[in-house]
Design a protein around this ligand. Structure first.
Ligand code: PHE
Length: 459
């Protein structure tokens, strides 16, 4: 993608095209699966508050920076960094951004496989069985089944990039996305009105300092990167397709708003249901981690009329949201291989397939066949998630901030943001954060996750 000259480079059709495509990449499992389990685990309302503050400050700063850099250079991350200099630090900055999707993509497909398994389960009429207490743990410990469903999802993803039919999928998801919002809204209303759910609503919406820990901040920051698809070069690439007369600030704010609204909706769908459906076990179930959505939602569907139909529709919509995101991950990886290693499209797609299947298999077998293998105390999926979100993304974000301060300059960003007479309303906040706060804050977060995992500090 990035080797094309600016004259040839494809562009989004106007602001709506940009917003819809970027939102398609941003809204995915991060919002529906990852956000609720992190919020449940790391402090409920305290997590939500920290998350919102981070999105409006650091998230906003990064989104603007990446999009402006992309549009200014018309390149994907590696090329964009090299546009400003050829030294090893520029190469490092570009590559770290480009490698992150290669780590996230494979395990993303594993979770996509779980979604497909549940979709098939509902389609086969298993609404009661799926809501059973051990359904998820039985499934996950069956290596053949987890691997099989992962392969189906991964193949759906790579087939799309092989044949270059993203456009078709995007069209379908544009219909699916509003449907997802409506269904999530209905399910959230059902969840919060269950007996006992109110304490869950309170836990999720009202910050309580006793539930706050430093881990709340670390997890919220990683989630912010993940959910907004920032600090991994994707927004640089998307910015490079943005036309000059589209307002960067306005369109990125819309993506930010939409992404956050869906995450909150998913939180309202899942967290109150944990309280309503797990009785005395609520405190323990809040700690469930990656399995939370798969344990809680079937209980909700199992308790309602038309549970089978709603289960099918829900997992189908989640599947589409996940698919657009996984395509955007795979596509970014393929274009890095194409552009930087000068590979043909078919070879690049082939390497992406091998990479996704190889690393994804480690993650899917990490719960069963490879259960005894742990890295720094984590199973493979947790490890890849930790490595990308808590280590590499803060580094990638630092690289972007340094690039802005040293090479692009604040003036350069301002000029790009104000192109075509657009406004830069939050310029003061932007400047303050990028100049004085971002690098220091990111370094502190990075150091604390590293020291924590090495057992030197406990957060
Ligand atoms: N933001 C996506 C989500 O929330 C994940 C993703 C990250 C997709 C990076 C594309 C690129 O699920």
């Amino acid at each position: 993608m990035s080797t094309k000259t600016s004259a040839q480079r494809a562009s989004f059709s106007g602001r709506l095209g940009y917003v819809l495509t970027t939102a398609g990449s941003a809204v995915g499992l991060g919002n529906i699966w990852r956000f609720p389990y992190l919020a449940a685990k790391y402090g409920g309302g305290a997590f939500l508050l920290v998350y919102l503050i981070l999105v409006m400050t650091f998230g906003y700063t990064l989104i603007i920076s990446e999009t402006a850099i992309g549009r200014m250079t018309k390149k994907s991350p590696i090329g964009a960094f090299e546009h400003f200099g050829k030294g090893p630090s520029f190469r490092f900055g570009g590559w770290i951004n480009a490698i992150i999707p290669m780590i996230i993509g494979p395990y993303y497909c594993v979770i996509g496989g779980w979604v497909l398994r549940y979709l098939a389960g509902y389609a086969a009429g298993g609404v009661k069985a799926l809501s059973g207490d051990n359904y998820f743990s039985d499934f996950i410990s069956d290596g053949v089944s987890v691997e099989g469903w992962f392969l189906v999802f991964a193949l759906c993803t790579v087939v799309v990039i092989f044949f270059g039919v993203q456009k078709g999928v995007e069209k379908i998801s544009r219909l699916m996305m509003p449907a997802l919002v409506v269904l999530a809204l209905l399910v959230a209303i059902y969840s919060v009105t269950r007996p006992g759910a109110l304490s869950g609503v309170r836990y999720f919406l009202i910050p309580d300092i006793r539930h706050f820990s430093w881990m709340t901040v670390v997890a919220a920051l990683g989630q912010m990167f993940y959910s907004l698809s920032c600090a991994m070069g994707i927004l640089i690439t998307y910015g490079s397709y943005m036309e000059k007369d589209v307002s960067i600030e306005r369109s990125t704010s819309e993506v930010e708003f939409f992404d956050t609204a869906i995450a909150i909706l998913a939180g309202l769908m899942i967290i109150p249901a944990v309280f309503a459906f797990s009785g005395n076990d609520a405190a323990r179930n809040l700690q469930a981690g990656p399995s939370l959505m798969f344990i809680t939602m079937p209980k909700v569907f199992g308790s309602m009329g038309m549970g089978t139909a709603i289960g099918i529709i829900f997992f189908l919509l989640v599947f589409f949201a996940a698919l657009t995101s996984s395509i955007s991950l795979a596509e970014t990886c393929a274009s890095t291989f194409e552009d930087e290693l000068h590979m043909k499209r078919e070879y690049a797609s082939m390497i992406v397939t091998v990479l996704f299947i190889g690393l994804g298999t480690l993650s899917s077998l990490g719960f069963n066949v490879l259960k005894s293998v742990t890295i720094l105390g984590m199973d493979f999926l947790d490890f890849f998630d930790f490595l990308s979100n808590s280590i590499m993304m803060p580094i990638a974000a630092i690289a972007i901030c340094v690039l802005v301060l040293r090479s692009v300059t604040l003036k350069g960003i301002e000029e790009e943001v104000c192109k075509g007479g657009a406004k830069f309303k939050r310029k003061k906040i932007y400047t303050f954060i990028i100049k004085y706060l971002s690098i220091l804050f990111l370094l502190v977060i990075l150091a604390s996750s590293v020291l924590n995992v090495l057992g030197i500090i406990h957060i």
